[in-house]
Design a protein around this ligand. Structure first.
Ligand code: ADP
Length: 580
């Protein structure tokens, strides 16, 4: 499953709303740009007037006044441009910061099941590449395009006002520029996408080769990898050639279309002047306007390309908001600590249920072990009981309230899934613990550490609770990381825990040590243990056997052994082999 991408309409709506929200500062920045551009237009006009003045043999004082006015205009233009650029940059940063915050908020609200199904790669690409592309667009492309449009329109208008007949000569550049740019833009998108994909593949190959260097050496795969890298390089080279070819056609066309109006207005203007239809000054002014218009048009055209990239990134960023929420908190409070699952079904892939109507009632305070073959659905059921995934059909409720109807922080005070995936966040030890209980006092944090047997370790840290841990900070081994995770559970204090022992990567010594911490955390709580070792089952109050998405047997260890079903067979084969 892929994360959704917003439609062009939705992107337009989002962009429109952004413009709407910042209308005030945006109009201010634009007005400043208009004034600056207008001041810039005085140059050719004044120069044209000077040309006419000289041609007509006017006094030098008039020329001096014109020259002084020109200097003043240039100075004023510089000042207004500075203010305008400053305003637009500040606005761009502000809009981008808001976009990023909205995006982060949207990502944090994403249903976990969606993230798991879509994979994290897409999400990471959107938070890095797409946000970067968007930053360029918001910071530079949008302001540059707005300024370029304003400047182009004003310059054209000034040229027409100064010498309407002369300016008509400029038309020749239009069709060429239009045709060239269309040709380019139609092909560029595809070309750049291909280029980026080729480099992504090359990156992947090189990274993989470095990561697996030992394996490659052991298996004598160096030659294979080199050939693979070479073919990736060849592909990247081909894509570069392609986009270079596109640019090599487009750039000269664009350049030509900029020069043409200058030459055309000059030749055409000279003829008009000689025929008495225009003054030499008018021709000079219009030709200068044509020279001046090259810069904004060039910028406009080149940023258009960037704008396309930005729009497609915005579509991917906005798309994240289209994921429907899978929880509907109602504010209802559970009445009791009993958890019931009723006829629960779940599918990772539409139409392929992996749980086929499971019903289960957890008795407060009991320890229930779930056993069964790998792939039977134990972990999935565990996640449903902990409210990680909403059910596809049926319901899981605590104290009569469905898990999806609880606010997340409320849900975490009822039931928590404990896995051996644990993460130490970059920050102080206090921050790491307080995630679970933001209002806990230092004493409470220490008690929680005490409960999981990590108090001494924490007290011996260089700055105690203020020690920075996580990547780049004080290094925390896997066993300590697990203890921190367990201390978080003590702080969240849920009455029910779902324990997924799926992957034990810890060395046995650490495991034994941790088992003590763990049993302290489990004490006094209802526990569903997804068991991969049968002695967990033996010690449990009840055992549930999960087979092919159903609970096939449920009862105490002794009952099930007596019953002589699947569990009895498992136990027999395991017990026969094991010394304990
Ligand atoms: P168990 O914990 O008993 O080994 P699981 O609950 O992990 O079983 O898996 C039950 C079924 O669901 C399996 O067929 C497995 O392939 C499938 N499954 C588990 N996780 C996912 C997932 N993230 N996406 C798709 N299918 C999954």
């Amino acid at each position: 499953m892929k994360l959704p991408v917003a439609s062009p309409g939705e992107v337009r709506a989002e962009a429109g709303e952004l413009f709407q929200q910042h209308r005030g500062p945006l109009s201010l920045a634009l007005s400043l740009h208009v004034i600056a551009a207008a001041l810039g237009l005085a140059g050719p006009f004044l120069l044209g007037t000077m040309v006419d003045a000289v041609a007509n043999g006017t006094s030098t004082t008039r020329i001096d006044v014109l020259a002084a006015t020109l200097a003043a205009c240039i100075l004023a233009q510089a000042l207004f441009t500075r203010a305008a650029v400053r305003r637009s940059l500040v606005l761009g940063e502000k809009v981008f910061a808001e976009l990023r915050e909205t995006f982060i908020a949207r990502i944090l609200r994403l249903p976990l099941s969606t993230v798991e199904r879509a994979g994290t790669g897409d999400l990471i690409a959107r938070t890095t590449g797409d946000i970067d592309a968007l930053a360029r667009t918001v910071r530079f492309a949008v302001p540059e395009i707005l300024i370029a449009i304003v400047t182009t329109v004003l310059t054209l208008a000034a040229a027409i006002l100064t010498g309407p007949f002369v300016a008509a000569g400029a038309i020749v550049g239009g069709p060429l520029l239009y045709a060239g740019t269309r040709w380019y833009l139609n092909r560029a998108r595809q070309g750049y996408l291909w280029e980026r994909a080729a480099y992504a593949t090359l990156d992947g190959t090189v990274t993989e080769t470095v990561d697996a260097a030992r394996t490659i050496e052991n298996l004598g795969l160096a030659g294979v990898r080199v050939r693979r890298t070479e073919s990736d390089l060849a592909e990247a080279y081909a894509t570069e050639r392609r986009t270079l070819f596109l640019r090599s056609v487009w750039f000269p066309t664009a350049e030509l279309s900029y020069v043409l109006p200058v030459a055309a207005t000059l030749a055409w203007g000279a003829w008009l002047a000689s025929a008495g239809w225009a003054t030499v000054g008018q021709v000079a002014a219009v030709v200068l306007y044509m020279v001046q218009i090259v810069d904004p048009v060039d910028r406009l055209v080149s940023w258009l390309d960037e704008l396309q990239v930005g729009t497609s990134s915005l579509a991917r960023v906005v798309g994240v908001a289209k994921v429907p929420d899978d929880r509907e908190p109602t504010g209802a409070a559970p009445d009791g600590e009993d958890i019931h699952a009723d006829d629960v079904r779940y599918a990772y892939v539409d139409g392929q249920d992996v749980l086929h109507g499971v019903s289960l009632e957890l008795r407060p305070g009991e320890r229930l072990a779930m056993v069964g073959p790998s792939g039977a659905g134990k972990s999935t059921l565990g996640r449903l009981l902990a409210g990680i995934h909403p059910t596809r059909a049926g319901r899981v409720a605590v104290g009569g309230v469905e898990l999806v109807a609880l606010e997340l922080d409320q849900l975490r005070r009822e039931v928590v899934l404990v896995t051996q995936e644990h993460h130490v966040f970059v920050g102080t030890l206090r921050d790491n613990l307080a995630l679970a209980a933001p209002s806990a006092s230092d004493d409470e944090l220490r008690q929680a550490l005490d409960a999981v047997d990590a108090r001494e370790w924490a007290d011996a840290l260089p700055d105690g609770l203020d020690t920075v841990v996580g990547s780049g900070g004080h290094s925390v081994g896997p066993a300590r990381a697990q203890q921190i995770a367990l201390a978080r559970i003590v702080l969240a204090d849920p009455h029910t825990l779902v324990l997924d022992e799926a992957t034990s990567l810890l060395d046995p010594r650490a495991a034994r040590h941790l088992e003590r911490s763990l049993s302290a955390v489990l004490h006094g709580r209802t526990v569903v243990a997804i068991a991969h070792r049968l002695h967990t089952a033996h010690d449990a109050d009840r055992v549930g056997v999960v087979e092919e998405g159903r609970i096939s047997e449920l009862g105490s260890h002794h009952e099930l052994v007596e019953h002589g079903g699947a569990y009895a067979k498992l136990w027999e084969s395991w017990h026969g082999r094991s010394p304990t």
